[in-house]
Design a protein around this ligand. Structure first.
Ligand SMILES: [Zn+2]
Ligand SMILES: [Zn+2]
Length: 252
């Protein structure tokens, strides 16, 4: 993807992306990407199919032969994501198994987290992405303070999930650890873990969040409502504010 915009006949003005000629109309051709080291979090890195990958490997580099075979085309970012969904090949068991074991992990942690910190009984919550804290408040006083990492967000307008690392509006501290799931996705070649944004439901949000929870050894998960969707996060540490104050008073 470049910073250039193109006018798509279907989607209007959108970011310009580059894919091999075969991905434009093809199906189940495989999907390989190359991240520009200068834009490691880009949503739509340059992409090509299995056959192009084979040509690239036999040539050893992008040269006249491999480039002629790929014959790179310009697509709008939305057309890119549609082509990615249509062409990506993976073993579906890989993700299913990961979701299953992560849900089991997160579910068990969640019960004790809710019980221990009375998570559903507080009047309000506030999170601060600058410090990576989530504060539960009751009677105007902070009750529970938690360390959080965002997994991502669900948009009910576009029905898409976006990983936190792909969201340019978020502070680095709150999103950096979501990249650990992307790394798993790259190693296992699982689209939902590797791709920054894709068509999703709210349930996908919980599934992705539980995978991050297991990866980080989190003690709980949470989501907060925002305009047009939800922000999902994992909690790696929490304590009652009053208790911590008592502890610091006694120098414990
Ligand atoms: Zn190709
Ligand atoms: Zn388009």
């Amino acid at each position: 993807m470049s910073n250039e915009k193109i006018e798509c006949t279907t989607h209007g003005m959108a970011d310009a992306t580059f894919v091999c000629q075969h991905l434009v109309k093809g199906e189940k051709l495989g999907f390989h990407v190359r991240y520009d080291p200068e834009i490691p979090d880009e949503l739509c890195p340059d992409a090509w199919c299995n056959q192009c990958e084979e040509t690239l490997n036999s040539e050893g580099e992008w040269n006249e032969t491999s480039e002629a075979f790929a014959d790179i085309k310009l697509l709008c970012s939305q057309c890119y994501e549609i082509a990615r969904d249509r062409n990506w090949l993976e073993d579906s068991d890989t993700l299913d198994n990961l979701i299953c074991s992560s849900f089991e992990y997160a579910d068990e942690k969640q019960r004790s987290f809710i019980e221990k910190f009375k998570v559903n009984d507080h009047e309000r919550w506030d999170w601060y992405q600058e410090t990576g804290k989530l504060i539960f408040t009751h009677d105007g006083k902070p009750q529970v303070e938690a360390d959080i990492h965002f997994s991502g967000s669900f948009s009910s307008k576009s029905n898409t999930w976006m990983w936190a690392w792909a969201n340019q509006h978020l502070n680095e501290i709150i999103k950096t650890r979501s990249r650990e799931v992307r790394k798993i996705g790259q190693d296992l070649h699982v689209q939902k873990l590797e791709a920054g944004r894709w068509l999703a439901t709210e349930v996908d949000g919980w599934e992705m969040t539980s995978i991050l929870a297991k990866q980080l050894g989190a003690i709980g998960t949470y989501r907060t409502k925002k305009e047009g969707g939800f922000t999902y996060m994992v909690i790696t540490k929490a304590e009652w504010v009053s208790k911590s104050k008592v502890r610091s008073f006694f120098g414990l």
